[in-house]
Design a protein around this ligand. Sequence first.
Ligand code: SAM
Length: 207
Amino acid sequence: MDFSDIDAYLHKVTPKREPVLAAMEKYAKQNGFPIIGPLVGRFLYQMATLAKARKILELGSGFGYSAYWFARAIGSQGRIIMTDMDQANRDRAFKYFEQAGLDAKFTYHLGDALKIAVNLKGPYDIVLNDIDKQDYPATIDIAASLLRPGGLFITDNVIWSGKVYDGKARDAATRGIRRFTRMLYADDRFFTTIMPVRDGISVAVRV
Ligand SMILES: C[S@@+](CC[C@H](N)C(=O)[O-])C[C@H]1O[C@@H](n2cnc3c(N)ncnc32)[C@H](O)[C@@H]1O
């Protein structure tokens, strides 16, 4: 059994996306921009629905693909706080949200998510973590302090194309993810599982 075969199969059977999401995926592909993609997007939609989420924080929002899936799940009663360092990503995100007529409320902060989050007030229902991987360990305390009990801390790329179990991989990003994973599993503020969907997602429930 090969995970790339499973991934290809899952992409093949996953329903087609609505036009604006499809346009976002096309933009990401053409520009080599990393997004969570439709398999994880659908998962985020499910998590937001199950958690009856109203308030969601994203650490690393890019041009809004993951926020779009959340927005579809939470509707007009919901608020998504987005963070990124790049003004062009912010502008692109709002262009797509407007095109799609999304009615969730979005706030997009520009700057370092780790610094921005310190000044935010919880409680949040979900924190999505997708920033630079060497900074992953620092996100655990942030999520712990902002999530409500039962809230979800979801982190993308925890398998990192298999580099996390490749002993030869010693780069800062891979080491950051390994350390993050060890810390999160050991942290009794959370109950954590890792799912090998796409590039790996950890889901940690705030105890
Ligand atoms: C993988 S992309 C995010 C994609 C987005 N979550 C999605 O799936 O649509 C990571 C984004 O995080 C931003 N980023 C990385 N480190 C960051 C940090 N410390 N603070 C804020 N943004 C950061 C990058 O600029 C990039 O746009």
